[in-house]
Design a protein around this ligand. Structure first.
Ligand code: ZN
Length: 163
């Protein structure tokens, strides 16, 4: 599976890659030289909206895609090019905040995150996903309805791109 490095302008794209289980390095602080160095060292595909950076990437042998358009266009074009299925599933996702991999906590383990979520949330859900790196907690709550709706929209756009 390809891994990615995403420039600072494309934060939403990084989030959608992570939600669909892809390793996407993203930092708002990394400058161009650093992005190119990390892409080379870790064999990551660079996604950027900056034509100059894209040319530099080509010169140093970094695989790169120049991503343009609205957020929806960005997501659909990258997913289409790299064969990414618009299917966000918490059991496959990476942490949207730090790109860490998530640990699934079953009901008997969920006490570990008791102090990290509101009591109501804790009592209502049985399955939680926990990022060991930044201690973020994810659960299959109402936000997944929106996530799934957006993924359906992206699926439609991909279909349009590919016909
Ligand atoms: Zn995290």
């Amino acid at each position: 599976m390809k891994t990615f490095i995403v420039d600072a302008m494309l934060g939403k794209l990084a989030t959608w890659l992570r939600l669909t289980g892809h390793d996407a390095f993203y930092s708002t602080k990394a400058h161009d030289d650093e992005l190119l160095r990390i892409a080379l060292e870790q064999d990551r595909v660079l996604l950027t909206s900056d034509a100059i950076l894209s040319r530099r990437a080509e010169e140093v042998g970094v695989e790169c895609m120049l991503v343009r358009g609205s957020v929806d266009d960005e997501v659909a074009s990258v997913f289409s090019k790299y064969g990414i299925s618009p299917d966000a599933d918490p059991s496959k996702s990476r942490c949207t905040k730090c790109n860490g991999s998530l640990t699934h906590l079953k009901e008997e383990e969920k006490e570990r995150i008791k102090n990290l979520v509101p009591e109501q949330t804790y009592n209502h859900y049985t399955d939680f996903w926990f990022c060991e790196y930044c201690k973020s907690v994810f659960f299959h709550g109402g936000q997944w309805t929106n996530i799934n709706a957006y993924m359906n929209r992206i699926a439609q756009l991909i279909k349009e791109l590919e016909t």
